[in-house]
Every structure is written in structure tokens, then in C-alpha cells.
Design a protein around this ligand. Structure first.
Ligand SMILES: O=C(O)CCC(=O)C(=O)O
Length: 285
């Protein structure tokens, strides 16, 4: 009889759906009061510190989970660079690091990939802050593997810190696209020359490739998990709302994957690696 810690977290139907579609939405997977709120609470406090640091006249409301980012929109309107300070700070919140290495992620990785050696991708976890009408950091259509190079069979655990309505631009997914393997990329985005690194990657023949698939963009609430195959094609939506779309991304890989072992689990952009050196055949510039 498996112990509580090793019992599967997903039903057989959910596992089958993940393998069919290349992603899976699991509603209310996390416990909001114990797993999500401590992160929101510290983000609220960090915003408060920066409001005081920059002496910006902002009325930040006391903490509540729904309005944990109170003051943030005014801060970046005052100076967009403060947003960068928030972005770098929040991924160092202990509650977020605990969330990252959550035992449930190990269990999902074991269940989905059948591995007994799951791993957290160094530099592959953080909190996205997709600000309204901003393009520079919006994720183009992509697969996660070329930005990670840890193992071909890695997983992204994506979870929102706010309610992601249509207006906030939910992540879009190409259903079943993971089955078609690795997609070659250009390393510059001519439509957006301000994008760099992983943000600048563009799929070869993007329009034709996307036309092969049904695209869906599920709305989500805090506590939900979206699990994404490293080979699934997906992209950020367009935030046309008045509030930033805050979400967490944790990437896991499999130490036992032969490709990862061959490459030494090296990582990609965030690890200072050059995609042309690691996987020259993927680049079509
Ligand atoms: O949240 C987003 O907009 C995109 C996230 C994403 O592409 C990823 O986690 O790989």
C-alpha cells in the first residue's frame, strides 16, 4: 500500500488528458491559506517597503489576498524600474522557495514521468508580473525546453496569484503540440527588437505551425495549477486589464532523462549558456 507521500495526486483521466493535450489544469490544487497567502503577504510587504523607499505618495490598503498588490500599479507608473526591483525581490521570498520545492511537485513529476529522481531547474522558477499593455516581457509562442535544457521531459508548474480573467490575458496553449517534438527557432524577434534572450525566440514558420492546432486559453483562479509539458507550444496572452497578471512558474526536470544526462543538465539562457552551442540544430537564423 503506498504511503500518503507516494500516493498519486492525479486521477488516471487527468494523467491521460495531460499526455493527450500537453498541459493540464488542476483546479484548487494548492491550499490558498497555507501555500498561496504567505507569498502574497510578503509581496504586499515588499511593495510597502518600496513605496517608502521611493517616497511615493500611495495609499496602500492593508493586506488582503485579493488586493495583495495594492500600490504596485502606482509604483510602476511613478517609475517602471521599480517593477524590476519587485520582480527580483519576490522570487527570494522564503514561502515562495518552499512553494517551489513543494513535495507535491516531486510527486507529480514521479507520477507523470515515472522517474524516481525529480529535480528543480536552477534559475527556472520565479514570479511573472505581466503588466497591462506591456510587450517586452510577454512570452512569444514557445516550448520551455530551449529555455531550460535540463531534460526533454521537464514540467512547468504554473499557478496564478490573482484571478486570471479574459481581460488579464490567460496563457494560450496549442493542444497536443508537444507530440510534434522540438520546434526550430529564430533567436531575434523582428516584430519586437526590444526583446532579448529567451523572450526574443520566435518559432520557425510560426503562423503555419500554430495553424495546425486548436488553441485554448483557460481562465484560472488562485490555488489552481496548470502543468505544462516542456515541449508544449504556449504563449502569454495580452493583458488588457488595469491590473498586473501575477503568476508563479516552477520548472522541474528529470535527472534520469538521457538527453539531460548527455548535456549535463546544463540549463540555457538563465544559466548563461548559448543555445547555438548546446543545440545548434535548433537555431535557424
Ligand atoms: O505566464 C505567462 O504568460 C507565460 C508563462 C510561460 O510561458 C511559461 O511558464 O513557460
Amino acid at each position: 500500500m503506498p504511503s500518503a507521500e507516494t500516493q498519486p495526486l492525479l486521477s488516471a483521466e487527468q494523467v491521460a488528458q495531460f499526455h493527450r493535450d500537453g498541459f493540464l489544469v488542476v483546479r484548487r490544487f494548492y491550499d490558498r491559506p497555507t501555500e498561496i497567502e504567505p507569498i502574497q503577504r510578503d509581496i504586499h510587504a515588499i511593495i510597502g517597503i518600496l513605496i517608502r523607499k521611493y517616497s511615493v505618495v500611495i495609499q496602500q490598503v492593508p493586506f488582503a489576498p485579493e488586493t495583495f498588490d495594492s500600490g504596485y500599479q502606482e509604483l510602476i507608473a511613478h517609475d517602471r524600474r521599480i517593477g524590476g526591483e519587485v520582480y527580483d525581490a519576490v522570487k527570494q521570498i522564503p514561502a515562495f522557495i518552499r512553494f517551489t520545492a513543494n513535495a507535491k511537485h516531486d510527486r507529480l513529476m514521479r507520477q507523470i514521468r515515472g522517474t524516481d529522481l525529480p529535480a528543480v531547474a536552477g534559475g527556472g522558477y520565479g514570479v511573472r508580473i505581466d503588466n497591462p499593455h506591456e510587450e517586452k516581457f510577454r512570452a512569444n509562442w514557445h516550448q520551455d525546453y530551449p529555455s531550460q535544457f535540463r531534460s526533454l521531459d521537464g514540467l512547468v508548474f504554473w499557478s496564478p496569484l490573482v484571478e486570471v480573467t479574459e481581460e488579464l490575458g490567460p496563457v494560450q496553449f496549442c493542444v497536443g503540440s508537444h507530440k510534434d517534438g522540438l520546434a526550430p527557432v529564430h533567436t531575434k524577434d523582428p516584430r519586437n527588437l526590444e526583446k532579448s534572450g529567451a523572450y526574443a525566440l520566435v518559432l520557425q514558420n510560426e503562423a503555419e505551425r500554430l495553424a495546425r492546432y486548436k488553441i485554448i486559453a483557460p481562465t484560472t483562479a488562485t490555488g489552481d495549477l496548470v502543468m505544462i509539458d516542456f515541449l508544449n507550444l504556449h504563449a502569454s496572452g495580452h493583458n488588457r486589464g488595469k491590473r498586473s497578471r501575477w503568476s508563479m512558474q516552477i520548472r522541474y526536470f528529470n535527472f534520469c532523462d538521457p538527453t539531460g544526462i548527455r548535456l549535463g543538465w546544463v540549463g540555457s539562457f538563465a544559466a548563461g549558456k548559448n543555445i547555438r552551442e548546446v543545440h545548434p540544430e535548433l537555431v535557424v537564423d
